[in-house]
Design a protein around this ligand. Structure first.
Ligand SMILES: [Zn+2]
Length: 140
C-alpha cells in the first residue's frame, strides 16, 4: 500500500477489538478489517473475528479457511474493501514476530493488538520488502 500516512479507527470499534482479544486469552485472536482509503488515509469501519486454527494458538494464528473465504465474499458483495489483517499478542508487545513475517502476504495493513496485564495497545504496519513500516493510528 503506497503512501499511507495514517489509519483512523472509531474508538468504539477499537475497544470492541480489545474486548474480543481479551475474551480469548490466553490464545491469540485473529481476523480482518474493512474500510476505505481516502487521500493517504485509511478509515476502518469494521472488523471480523476469524477462528484461529493454529496448532499452537497461544503463540501463533491461522485463519480458518472457509470463514476467511466467506468473509471476503461477503465484503465484496457489500462493496467493502478488506484493508487489513489483525491478530493479538496475548503477552504483548505489539511488535511483529519472525513468524508474523512468514505468515503475511504483504498487501494491505497489518494490525497487532498487544496485551500485557492491564496494558493494551494497537499498532499498525505496512510492509515493503522485508521491512515493517509503522503507520500512525488515530482513534476517533
Ligand atoms: Zn504476531
Amino acid at each position: 500500500m503506497e503512501n499511507l500516512e495514517r489509519c483512523r479507527i472509531p474508538e468504539r470499534i477499537l475497544n470492541d477489538l480489545y474486548r474480543q482479544c481479551q475474551a480469548r486469552l490466553p490464545y491469540e485472536s485473529c481476523g480482518a478489517l474493512t474500510g476505505v482509503r481516502k487521500a493517504g488515509e485509511l478509515w476502518v469501519d469494521g472488523f471480523r473475528l476469524l477462528r484461529n486454527i493454529a496448532a499452537e494458538p497461544q503463540v501463533s494464528f491461522r485463519f480458518e479457511p472457509s470463514e476467511w473465504l466467506a468473509f471476503c465474499i461477503q465484503a465484496q458483495k457489500n462493496q467493502r474493501e478488506v484493508v487489513g489483517l489483525w491478530h493479538s499478542h496475548p503477552r504483548g508487545p505489539a511488535l511483529p514476530s519472525a513468524q508474523d513475517a512468514e505468515g503475511w502476504d504483504g498487501c494491505g495493513t497489518y494490525w497487532i493488538i498487544g496485551l500485557e496485564g492491564d496494558h493494551r495497545e494497537a499498532r499498525v504496519y505496512s510492509r515493503r520488502g522485508a521491512e515493517w513500516n509503522p503507520v500512525p493510528l488515530v482513534a476517533v
